[in-house]
Design a protein around this ligand. Structure first.
Ligand SMILES: NC(=O)c1ccc[n+]([C@@H]2O[C@H](COP(=O)([O-])OP(=O)(O)OC[C@H]3O[C@@H](n4cnc5c(N)ncnc54)[C@H](O)[C@@H]3O)[C@@H](O)[C@H]2O)c1
Length: 361
């Protein structure tokens, strides 16, 4: 099994494996690590992945584990606190204990909510994450941020909790819809803007292959994003010195849109519009030239905001942005760009600036 990345945060080691058909290896790994103590655990899975979850259960049971299968609703519905409380109850009644394992099998929503559940149950049990969407493979599976939504606002409840193992298995991507691939590219472009002009160009050039779910191209993109992300997370795991915060480029407007649409817009797509918003704002505040603005917008020229705009309340988006947890005190804070590779903080964004950008988006 190929180990592609290993890091230690808070005295915990996380190993990222890259392998198709990881099942048998995972069973052995868990057998070695957890079988001394009443070998048991949970598979918390996106309900669309029932067959995969069942197959994994069979494998673990062959190795003597007692396994509780818990389906999660697809999408943002899994990040609801009442849903998660029901999961915690099921675990308690089944006899899950401190030395049990907790596997998440799903995209970013299942990873965010499952990670939170694993972090809370008996002050934290071992978490194994198997991301199954491209968005989770390029971004959400790494870094240990777990999150639930609250009152239609994104990621208000959460913890920072690192998984023990992460399995990258590209066989999951063949069942993803075009929309999911298109959405995942949003976070990929974000990495390009934050870190690396050449990466941005490459992604732009390979876009068609990526949208056709070409595994070779995605493998390269996933490994680049993983190392970009961990570079910042290792310097600022808890997100309190401003280093990790750069990963939120595009996210204030994105979370506003998600909140304003009652969590109906796919996250990655919302991030694309968030990047467009940040580029326009950076230009309006004199941080980038007209030439830079047009060059940056060009990378995202495939994405059109017009249809979405008609069906979403502008004021709801603004109100949701005002509740973003990155704001300190009164004004709305948005991350912008001074150039590709240089993220800056733009403070006290005004409603009239928001209105102007909304009109031109
Ligand atoms: N923790 C972090 O650092 C972080 C970073 C970025 C995004 N996020 C969060 O991630 C979430 C978005 O993640 P996502 O885009 O993976 O969405 P998702 O988990 O909601 O999955 C999107 C859709 O794909 C389906 N799906 C999952 N795996 C599939 C497969 N293999 N084949 C077919 N369909 C499949 C799901 O049922 C769902 O309908 C958001 O809530 C966002 O806030 C978290």
């Amino acid at each position: 099994m190929k180990k592609v990345y290993r890091f230690s945060l808070e005295r915990k080691k996380t190993t990222v494996f890259l392998k198709k058909n990881y099942k048998e290896y995972l069973s052995e790994l868990l057998l070695n690590k957890f079988s001394d103590n009443n070998f048991s655990g949970v598979i918390y899975f996106d309900k669309k992945l029932k067959t995969r979850a069942n197959l994994l259960k069979v494998d673990l049971e062959k190795n003597g584990a007692k396994v509780l299968l818990i389906p999660a609703p697809s999408g943002e519905k899994s990040k609801d606190i009442d849903q998660c409380v029901l999961v915690l109850k099921k675990m308690f009644r089944f006899g899950i204990h401190r030395k049990s394992f907790f596997i998440t099998l799903g995209g970013g929503s299942v990873g965010d909510s499952g990670g939170w559940i694993a972090s809370q149950y008996q002050r934290g049990i071992a978490w194994i994450n198997i991301p199954t969407t491209l968005l989770s493979l390029v971004d959400s599976a790494y870094g240990g941020k777990t999150a639930l939504n609250f009152d239609d606002c994104k990621n208000i409840i959460g913890s920072i909790y690192q998984p023990e193992f992460i399995f990258i298995d590209l066989s999951f991507i063949c069942t993803l819809s075009y929309r999911e691939c298109y959405s995942a590219l949003g976070e990929v472009f974000k990495y390009g803007f934050i870190f690396d002009y050449n990466f941005l160009i490459k992604v732009f050039e390979k876009k068609d292959k990526l949208l056709k779910r070409n595994e070779t191209e995605w493998r390269k993109v996933i490994l680049s994003c993983l190392s970009y992300k961990m570079d910042l997370v290792l310097k600022d795991e808890k997100d309190d010195s401003g280093i990790r915060e750069q990963l939120n480029l595009g996210h204030t407007f994105a979370h506003g849109l998600e909140g304003g649409s009652n969590l109906k817009i796919p996250h990655g797509l919302a991030v694309v519009y968030g990047l467009l918003f940040s580029i326009h704002l950076s230009y309006l505040r004199g941080k980038i030239s007209l030439f830079q603005r047009d060059e940056y917008l060009n990378f995202l020229s495939d994405y059109s905001f017009n249809d979405l705009k008609k069906n979403i309340s502008k004021n709801k988006v603004w109100n949701s942005m005002k509740k973003d947890k990155k704001n300190k005190g009164q004004g709305v804070k948005v991350l912008g760009l001074a150039r590709i590779g240089k993220v800056i903080s733009i403070e006290s964004v005004q409603k009239k600036e928001f209105d102007l950008i909304w009109r031109i988006l």
